[in-house]
Design a protein around this ligand. Structure first.
Ligand SMILES: Cc1cc2nc3c(=O)[nH]c(=O)nc-3n(C[C@H](O)[C@H](O)[C@H](O)COP(=O)(O)OP(=O)(O)OC[C@H]3O[C@@H](n4cnc5c(N)ncnc54)[C@H](O)[C@@H]3O)c2cc1C
Length: 374
């Protein structure tokens, strides 16, 4: 434990896609690592949440991992796990731009400090900063809904965050809960070795046709409207629908994606519906998503009555010193890239005493031209 308080202009919490993008633009803005900014991350190695993704999520199966600003990822073997490809790339990136990520450093709390500064309390000492870029993603907060009887289940329950591959479920009956992309991908994998049942709260909507720019813009705009109002961000799939890829169409034809309504309770041996139906199962796999990992910001009381933190672009409305990147509309690899740049531009203005860039406060991210980051 280091007792000295380390002073920087900007603290960046989290070194995933969003944090590294912020680091890159801070470097470009002339801030030096450790004196100008400090990047803090509590994971053991580079890669952000990608380092934890299940090995069967190969690079070829990921939706699309956008490169970080300023350095290409290069050719990657599509059969290699995304966890390895992205971790290697992030490690090279951190070296190339000398970002000096401090890890493993867990940020436990951010509080009001002295003289208008923010006090960033970590397991490795305290940093004091004039502004903070929060880039902590969602992986640390898997979301598990509660259903009556959950604690009585004698089989295994796990969240996608704990999934390591289909092999260990061979010959079992697995109930997959959730209507998102992960649920669909895992059902397709599991169906090769196990019996599967899919349950979702709402009928999933599959979307065929190209996932083009207009579609992306629409989705981002919808999430953006929510977070501007201080509501918690929605999952992107709830806005966009699921991609009906060729693999998905094949799975549908084989009956793998036939879904049932959400069950009402869990029994020791499976699940039950109020209409009298029951189903025995060995495993319940909760593919029920994640929430933003923001607990360390609680002392700053940024939450709105709607339960979310209201942001304009990336800037927190209640406290312009704080930016959320990789949050809500910027929770994708491309969104995280752009958010890093937006946050740094805004913070530079704040630190120099200039008014915030009016172009940013007036125009939602989704309505701005899709500029190239590099
Ligand atoms: C299964 C899955 C597949 C996905 N596939 C794609 C895809 O193909 N394409 C795409 O564009 N997007 C995809 N996404 C979304 C994408 O992963 C994210 O939008 C993006 O990579 C997240 O980057 P990030 O930097 O915001 O967060 P993360 O990558 O989660 O990084 C956050 C970092 O913050 C650190 N951290 C968290 N809390 C603290 C703390 N208190 N103190 C210190 N450090 C902390 C973590 O250790 C982590 O390194 C996927 C998401 C999931 C869950």
């Amino acid at each position: 434990m280091n007792d000295a308080v380390r002073e920087v202009e900007v603290a960046v919490v989290g070194a995933g896609q969003a944090g590294l993008s912020a680091g890159y633009f801070l470097r470009r803005a002339g801030l030096a690592p450790d004196s100008g900014f400090a990047l803090l991350d509590h994971s053991p190695g580079p890669g952000g949440a990608w380092q934890y993704r299940w090995p069967s999520l190969t690079y070829g199966k990921a939706h699309r991992v956008h490169e970080l600003p300023g350095m290409p990822l290069g050719d990657a073997d599509p059969d290699r796990p995304s966890a390895e490809v992205v971790a290697d790339y992030f490690a090279r990136y951190e070296r190339e731009f000398d970002l000096r990520v401090h890890r493993p450093v867990d940020v436990a709390a951010v509080r009001e400090g002295d003289g208008g500064r923010l006090r960033v309390e970590t397991g490795a000492g305290v940093w004091s900063a004039r502004a903070l870029i929060n880039a902590t993603g969602t992986w640390d907060r898997p979301f598990l809904p509660y259903y009556p009887g959950q604690e009585t289940f004698l089989g295994r329950q796990l969240h996608t965050a704990g999934y390591r591959g289909a092999a260990e479920f061979s010959g079992r009956h697995v109930i997959v809960v959730g209507g998102g992309t992960s649920a669909v991908q895992l059902l397709m994998e599991l169906a090769e070795v196990a019996r599967t049942t899919w349950v979702t709260r709402r009928p999933p909507v599959f979307r065929s046709g190209p996932f083009n720019e207009e579609w992306g813009r629409e989705a981002v705009a919808t999430v953006e409207r929510r977070v501007r109002q201080g509501l918690p961000p929605q999952s992107v799939v709830s806005v966009t629908g699921l991609a009906a890829t060729e693999a998905v169409q094949r799975a549908e034809a084989r009956g793998i994606l036939r879904r049932q309504d959400m069950f009402d309770r869990i029994t020791p041996h499976g699940v039950a519906w109020n209409d009298g139906r029951t189903l025995d199962a060995d495993v319940i796999l909760w593919a029920t998503g994640f929430r933003a990992a923001l607990d360390h910001l609680a002392p700053l009381r940024l939450r709105e009555p709607g339960g979310g933190i209201a942001v304009d672009g990336t800037r927190v409305l209640k406290d312009p010193r704080i930016h959320l990147v990789g949050y809500g509309p910027s929770a994708s690899t491309i969104g995280a890239n752009r958010a890093g740049r937006t946050a740094v531009r805004d913070i530079r203005a704040l630190l120099s005493g200039a008014p915030a860039d009016p172009a940013h406060s007036a125009t939602p991210v989704s309505e701005r031209p899709l500029e190239r980051v590099r």
